[in-house]
Write a protein that binds this ligand. Structure first.
Ligand code: ADP
Ligand code: GLC
Length: 497
């Protein structure tokens, strides 16, 4: 079983969000099951600079717009995984992010940048692949950036490989003017409802959903939600048509990277059986962020993109009240300027009590996850969410809205769930400020008045198996279905099945 895992970001090379975390850990989990897997990514400067063993693999010819590009291969040393890199200087080697420039504006040539990523995935799986000794029989696509791959595979490259697309977020679809069709060498006969046309535009994501042989998304609840108008972002009809082939598989976490027992970003490590170190981490975080060092003050944390999806606007009107009640608050994130401004304003008005760091900071994200007492994630929709899983692993009970992967991973604390030791966080009854406030109050009630019960909730989360073990097997089962045959996994792993 040979799998080409095509993605626009992969940790630790390049990351804007959870897709990078998944791309950095799921392929390794599959490789550990014996799958022969390679990742395909664009050659952004960060990718080229960090893979120091890059070697030439082949020249890619007849690409749209740029004609030729070089295909290189390197390994991510930590997880020993092969990464194929498309080196196309004019397309990918520029300052800024993978999707936007330094001012946050989308790169105007994104259709070409990700059209070529998709095209290369299709070429490598087809009869004209320049790699003779490694042909994937499965191309695993992720989100709109690789959505054209299944279309190119079927309509242009006549690839015999099977394709699967994983949907990490329906809010981003890659919709562009139809004038891009000839540029991308896509057959205009398929610019129809039964093809990649979406309300008069070329939709990369729709192409992926329409042409892929099977579809997954990153939690069972989100798989159901996206078949409804409230969450499908216009593609709910197509998704429910393909409902039988749409499977929700909850993300796992990279337990080498996100583990309070070994985390190099923490001044003190800790575990479910030795929780004491968490207190020192909290004190160090308070000091680092200029908060009053106070073990008793409940410290609420957020690490997030600041967008409508994440629902943090619901926190703004209630935060002062929480601070007045003795809470501290630490936020790390960036995004919509009105939200950045609102949180900064709260920080200025509450020195020593509210800390707001606008930007992206990997070590600080670990320290907030570990040093806070509770983690807030009131998302309006959340395909899976990784931060609540990190919160569980770090003994920082998540407070979440009941949607998507949050609903599938966080068990609200009540008499029954506390008794049967499944309670691991607090779940809002609806997406509103009032519900968020009442949910936080319930958490505070336990935290302030019953240390033993709080510890039990922490431990319930910390002792869960949040690794990729189970989910990787579910992906393997999808691959097996596509190929119509069972794969021989290592004997030692058979029990897990
Ligand atoms: P999404 O992908 O929708 O943003 P996830 O919860 O799946 O949400 O994943 C977000 C990932 O990005 C997590 O690993 C989180 O720690 C990280 N992250 C988000 N914002 C920041 C930031 N400002 N600094 C560091 N890491 C961040
Ligand atoms: C997206 C989603 C997030 C998910 C991540 C990885 O960014 O917003 O919920 O965890 O993809 O699948």
């Amino acid at each position: 079983m040979r799998v080409l895992f095509a993605t626009s970001e992969v940790f630790p090379l390049i990351k804007t969000g959870g897709l990078a975390d998944v791309s950095g850990s799921l392929p390794t989990a599959l490789q550990n099951l014996g799958v022969d897997i390679r990742i395909l990514v664009p050659g952004y400067p960060a990718v080229l600079n960090q893979l120091d063993d890059l070697t030439h693999v082949a020249m890619l010819k007849n690409l749209p717009v740029i004609e030729n590009a070089e295909l290189l291969m390197g390994t991510i040393l930590d997880n020993d995984i092969n990464v194929l890199v498309i080196k196309a200087t004019g397309l990918y080697e520029r300052e800024g992010g993978p999707y936007v420039d330094a001012n946050g504006q989308e790169w105007l040539d994104n259709p070409v940048r990700f059209g070529i990523l998709s095209k290369v995935a299709a070429i490598l799986s087809g009869p004209h692949s320049p790699i003779a000794d490694w042909q994937p029989n499965i191309v695993h696509c992720n989100d709109w950036q690789t959505g054209l791959a299944p279309a190119y595979m079927k309509l242009v490259e006549h690839s015999k490989a099977k394709s699967i697309i994983s949907l990490h977020n329906m809010a981003f679809q890659g919709c562009y003017a139809p004038s891009w069709l000839p540029t991308l060498a896509l057959p205009s006969t398929h610019f129809t409802l039964e093809g990649f046309e979406y309300h008069g535009q070329l939709s990369f994501l729709k192409a992926g959903i329409f042409y892929a042989d099977t579809i997954t998304t990153v939690s069972p609840s989100y798989a159901k939600e996206i078949q409804t108008p409230a969450f499908g972002f216009g593609l709910e009809g197509l998704l429910s048509k393909r409902g039988n082939e749409l499977k929700g598989i909850l993300n796992g976490i990279e337990t080498d990277e996100w583990n309070p027992e070994f985390d190099p970003h923490l001044i003190k490590t800790y575990s479910a059986t030795k929780l004491a170190g968490k207190k020192q981490v909290k004190a160090a975080l308070q000091e680092r962020l200029g908060l009053h060092v106070d073990a008793n003050a409940p410290l609420l944390g957020v690490v997030s993109r600041l967008t409508h999806q994440k629902g943090l606007d619901m926190l703004v009107p209630i935060l002062q009240q929480l601070v007045n009640a003795g809470c501290q608050f630490a936020l790390l994130g960036s995004g919509e300027s009105s939200l950045e401004h609102a949180f900064r304003h709260l920080a200025v008005n509450n020195p020593g009590k509210v800390s707001v760091t606008i930007g992206y900071n990997e070590p600080l994200s670990h320290q907030i996850m570990a040093g806070c007492d509770m983690f807030l994630m009131p998302s309006r929709f959340e395909p899976c969410g990784l931060n609540q899983l990190y919160g569980l692993a770090y003994g920082t009970p998540p407070i979440v809205n009941a949607t998507g992967g949050l609903a599938d991973s966080v068990v609200d604390t009540n008499i029954i769930t506390f008794k049967n030791k499944t309670a691991n966080g607090f779940v809002m009854s609806e997406a509103s400020s009032a519900s968020l406030l009442s949910c936080i109050k319930q958490a505070l009630n336990v935290f302030n008045n019953d240390a033993k019960a709080w510890q039990q909730i922490q431990k319930n989360g910390m002792l869960q198996n949040l690794s990729w073990d189970k989910s990787a097997l579910e992906y393997l089962a999808e691959y097996e279905k596509l190929l119509g045959k069972e794969f021989k996994i290592k004997d030692s792993l058979k029990l897990a099945r």
